[in-house]
Write a protein that binds this ligand. Structure first.
Ligand SMILES: N[C@@H](CCC(=O)N[C@@H](CS)C(=O)NCC(=O)O)C(=O)O
Length: 215
């Protein structure tokens, strides 16, 4: 939308996973795996369903020819980091986050195991970002879009209240990268979409038109 692609206008419906909305039959028809996010593209006939966030990012990037490099080597680097996130992210969320923040018992072994893995991942990102502006090179692309919400939140917003435990302040290049992404006006808008927690001015439960951000 920010690049001016009018065909990118979209409706964002809130699927409240705390209330089990991901198991409703309408949603399952779009994502049989019952997880958010999922996309239904009504501009095709019949509509195209896409699930898995990386598949959605690739679908949209290819549809609009944006945020994915054209050069084969650059594209391979972008897709490598995108797929890296698909494999790595669950260790941060489902692994570390679960045992550190949500499990009813504080179990030392899994907390240490997943904390070590998350720190290894942050170190990898930090080394990669030491000599490049974005994950796959000089340009912001779908690899950054996939990694910023998890790793950016970890280094900038005390994800799981674990900033000190993970010593996130030491990953200076990740912090610089996340801050730069977070300054983008489109990212600021996106952060509000389907958000139903935190300060009210940061929430937009449903988004059906660009003007919804102003109202
Ligand atoms: N690999 C999937 C992961 C999606 C996922 O785990 N979504 C979580 C929220 S972050 C979810 O819908 N959880 C609900 C549930 O497991 O019932 C993707 O990248 O799209």
């Amino acid at each position: 939308m920010a690049l001016g692609h009018e065909g990118a206008e979209y409706d964002a419906h809130l699927i409240n996973i705390g209330e089990g909305a991901q198991f409703g039959s309408d949603f399952v028809a779009i994502n049989p795996n019952s997880k958010i996010p999922a996309l239904l593209d009504h501009s095709t006939s019949p509509p195209t369903r896409v699930f898995e966030s990386a598949a959605i990012l690739i679908y949209l990037a290819e549809k609009f020819g944006a945020f994915i490099p054209v050069d084969p080597a650059q594209r391979a680097e972008c897709l490598s980091w995108l797929m890296w996130q698909m494999g790595a992210g669950p260790f941060l969320g489902g692994g570390f986050g679960h045992f550190y923040a949500y499990a009813p018992e504080k179990l030392e072994y899994p907390i240490d195991r997943y904390a070590m893995e998350v720190k290894r991942q942050l170190d990898l990102l930090d080394k990669n970002l030491a000599n490049r502006r974005y994950l796959s090179g000089d340009e912001y692309d779908i690899a950054d879009m996939a990694s910023y919400p998890w790793y950016g939140t970890a280094v900038l917003h005390n994800l799981y209240d674990a900033a000190e435990f993970l010593n996130v302040a030491s990953y200076k290049n990740v912090i610089r990268w996340a801050e730069e992404i977070e300054e983008r006006p489109a990212v600021q808008r996106g952060l509000r979409v389907n958000r139903v927690w935190g300060p009210e001015e940061h929430q937009l439960a449903e988004r059906h038109d660009a003007s919804d951000f102003d109202s």
